[in-house]
Design a protein around this ligand. Structure first.
Ligand code: V47
Length: 380
């Protein structure tokens, strides 16, 4: 395996630092170069700084220390089994309230298995399954779906149900997080995806997702999963009504849990898409996207991976993000309805070759990985 050594070296950063104007940024840069942990104030200063190239270079310096010149992707399928949902989150254009809504859908088991078959035949083994929370699904339905998938495809990896769905199952079954997670694991769950985190600030969360589990409840489920040996991912929805302080608060809570458990695999900043949502608003700028990726990389020193999710960022910003601290782009996906309902123009059905080229063009070495970030193949 050829290792391309980091081209972002300290001398280059020091040269840029000499030209830097922002005193707060210079202080943060010194901390980064000396391997010191950043404070919340440092993260806020990074967000407030206008000197994006230096922030990006610092983030990339940090990333290369962890991931060298590699960038990861996975051959996966995303399945959104239904859009019927009891929660009326204001940022969501995907969900509908009842089964009789003209846009309501619910996939049959056969349809779900057919989608998995497609990716299975291409060698993909990751199934990312997340959807609405329909009022008519019982606790057993969630378990049975996992069992059926594993019965037909015993070696797929099931990254399924967010902590929000787990919380709902706890309420329905009157069981603890531990009991529900153990039963899900027994039924075939391998990894908990990172959806539903949105933004942890209580005031903002109340506005955009009033009925969802609170930050503490959400994070408790992740901590329990980690204790039970279930790795999890974690997201942050940005670019809506939150401000920089809220983003820092969110990442700080995430970093604290990671210090305690080490069970998060990856942090995923999700760019909010406003089309068709009750919340409305404007798309965040590419500068905001890159800054958010870079600050995440610099602040979350206890995370191995930062994901630039191409479905929300688009392919072009994703490529740039791979030089601003991100080292993962998710995968082939095949189908995605949540962010597409809100207007993302990212084209679906990506062949693996397309992702490999996207990464290569960004100057990185593509590594096909499994759901647990174990490398499967390096495309030099
Ligand atoms: O939780 C909903 C978000 C998430 C919108 O774990 C929106 O590896 C943008 O969590 N604009 C689901 N985003 C997707 C998700 C995910 C994606 C990729 C990888 C992983 C992982 C997890 O989508 C929801 C919500 O935060 N979302 N509506 C919207 N309008």
């Amino acid at each position: 395996m050829t290792v391309v050594l980091p081209s972002v070296d300290e001398e280059l950063i020091e040269n840029l630092l000499r030209a830097a104007q922002d005193k707060n940024l210079i202080k943060v840069a010194e901390k980064v170069l000396n391997g010191k942990r950043l404070s919340e104030e440092d993260a806020l200063n990074l967000f407030q700084s206008k000197e994006l190239p230096l922030i990006g270079l610092l983030a990339e310096y940090q990333n290369r220390k962890k991931n060298k010149n590699y960038a990861y992707f996975v051959v996966n399928v995303q399945i959104n089994p239904t859009n019927v949902c009891i929660y009326g989150c204001k940022f969501c254009a995907f969900a509908v309230k009842g089964r009789n809504h003209p846009r309501a859908y619910e996939m049959t088991l056969e349809e779900i298995l057919e989608k998995i078959r497609t990716i299975y035949q291409l060698g993909g083994r990751e199934v990312h399954m997340v959807g609405g929370i329909p009022p008519h699904w019982r606790y057993e339905d969630y378990l049975n779906l996992l069992r059926e998938i594993k019965k037909h495809f015993p070696d797929v990896v099931l990254k399924a149900y967010t902590a929000i769905e787990v919380y709902h199952m706890m309420k329905m079954s009157r069981k603890s997080a531990e009991e529900v997670l153990l039963e899900l694991k027994e039924a075939g769950l391998d990894v908990l995806p990172g959806g539903g985190a949105e933004i942890f600030n209580e005031e903002k969360r109340k506005i955009i997702a009033p009925y969802k589990a609170k930050a503490e409840e959400y994070l408790k489920i992740h901590k329990t999963a980690h204790r039970l040996g279930i790795p999890t991912n974690i997201t942050m929805l940005y670019g809506h009504i939150e401000d920089y302080k809220d983003r820092v608060e969110h990442m700080s809570k995430v970093r604290k849990v990671q210090d305690e458990t080490g069970g998060f695999q990856v942090f995923i900043p999700l760019k909010y898409h406003p089309e068709g949502t009750a919340l409305g608003g404007e798309l965040a700028s590419p500068v905001e996207d890159l800054k958010t990726i870079a600050v995440a990389r610099l602040f979350l020193d206890n995370f191995d991976h930062i994901k630039a999710y191409w479905v929300t960022l688009g392919e072009k910003i994703t490529q740039v993000a791979l030089n601003y601290g991100a080292d993962d782009i998710d995968g082939t996906i095949l189908e995605e309805k949540i962010v597409h309902a809100a207007g993302t123009k990212a084209a679906l059905g990506h062949a693996k070759e397309k992702l490999i080229n996207l990464i290569k063009e960004a100057g990185k070495i593509p590594v096909e990985r499994d759901t647990f970030y174990r490398p499967l193949k390096v495309y030099n």
